[in-house]
Ligand binder design. Structure first.
Ligand code: PEP
Ligand code: MG
Length: 324
């Protein structure tokens, strides 16, 4: 499939209305990194760090993690890699952590909640990332932040880790960006201070949609019940874009929908300028973006909303067909 899009691989995702969308890839393994060049991705927008914890029957060592993260940064050759700290719990259970019997694991003790309650693992991981960067720029993102205070507490851990490295005489990153995933609706309504404090935000659409519609992403009966192109959801995303614009916060979208061409152009039409997806999706998404007028699509989306259409999918598809 990548050969099909080879001719546009090194070209920008420049739309007919003159907007450039940044396309990045999601990764989680060292083996994913060669795709950075093959796909034409401009960086890794989401590096999921769970796999190295899930594939073993004991906690990985800091030195092992640090060696792996360093290899990832080497392979990225200066392109930005956003490392997401451990996002366990819910669907991702570590074999060596006592399972907790939770009636609603998706709403339970997971991700940053575990990280803050049992900070040992998070501290070890932050240290491994700092060592791996070895003075190079570093981007770190905390998963599943639901309120401002959680981000502040996680950032305090980051600062402690930095201080510890400084005392030990290890080089500190030339530039450090600390961001959060926006996966719970609450964060869309966090205080302005949060938006000012966070270096960047990435919408985790898989979780955000699950909580927006209260529909379990793992449950076959309901997981496809609500359309990402539902007017309520797009309006909600638009609100997040406005808040980020007002505070100058960099915003991206890294859920699976970013890699679906029709969804991707609609996200771009709502004002999301960076999309991160599986490498194989970059070609098709870039191709459709290069052939679309986002301003026109935006008007189609707004008109469909005014007419009371539940989802803009049909109207958007009609518009895209006429553009092609
Ligand atoms: C998301 O929730 O959209 C996301 C990117 O994270 P994950 O799929 O790993 O939960
Ligand atoms: Mg998620």
């Amino acid at each position: 499939a990548q050969e099909r899009y080879a001719s546009i691989r090194d070209k920008p995702a420049l739309t007919k209305c003159g907007k450039t969308i940044t396309l990045k890839m999601n990764a989680g393994l060292m083996a994913d990194l060669p795709s950075l060049e093959g796909s034409g991705a401009e960086g890794v927008g989401l590096f999921r760090t769970e796999l190295q914890f899930l594939v073993r029957n004991q906690m990985p060592k800091r030195s092992e993690l640090s060696a792996l993260y360093a290899k990832v940064l080497d392979a990225a050759k200066g392109k930005r890699v956003v490392f997401r700290t451990l996002d366990i719990g819910s669907d991702k259970v570590l074999p060596y952590m006592k399972p907790h019997d939770e009636p609603n694991p998706a709403l339970g003790w997971r991700a940053i909640r575990v990280g803050l309650d049992k900070p040992g693992v998070m501290r070890m991981q932050l240290q491994a990332l700092l060592r791996a960067a070895n003075g190079r720029p570093l981007s770190i993102m905390f998963p599943f932040v639901a309120q401002y205070e959680e981000f502040i507490a996680a950032k305090a851990e980051m600062n402690k880790a930095l201080e510890r490295e400084r005392i030990l005489g290890h080089p500190l990153p030339e530039k450090l960006e600390v961001g959060a995933m926006l996966e719970t609706p609450s964060l869309a309504f966090a205080p302005d201070k949060f938006y000012e404090e966070v270096d960047f935000l990435s919408i985790g659409g898989n979780d955000l949609k699950q909580f927006f519609f209260a529909a379990d992403r793992e449950n076959e009966r309901v997981r496809r019940r609500y359309d990402t192109l539902n007017v309520s959801f797009l309006t909600f995303l638009e609100g997040i874009v406005k808040r980020c614009d007002a505070s100058g916060t960099a915003l991206s979208f890294c859920g699976e929908d970013a890699g679906r061409p029709v969804e991707a152009v609609c996200l771009a039409a709502m004002g999301i300028r960076t999309l991160s997806m599986r490498p194989a999706s970059i070609g098709p998404v870039k191709n459709i973006l290069r052939n679309v007028d986002l301003d026109g699509l935006r008007r189609v989306i707004e008109d469909a909303g005014r007419r009371g259409e539940q989802s803009v999918r049909t109207s958007a598809l009609d518009y895209l067909r006429n553009q092609a």
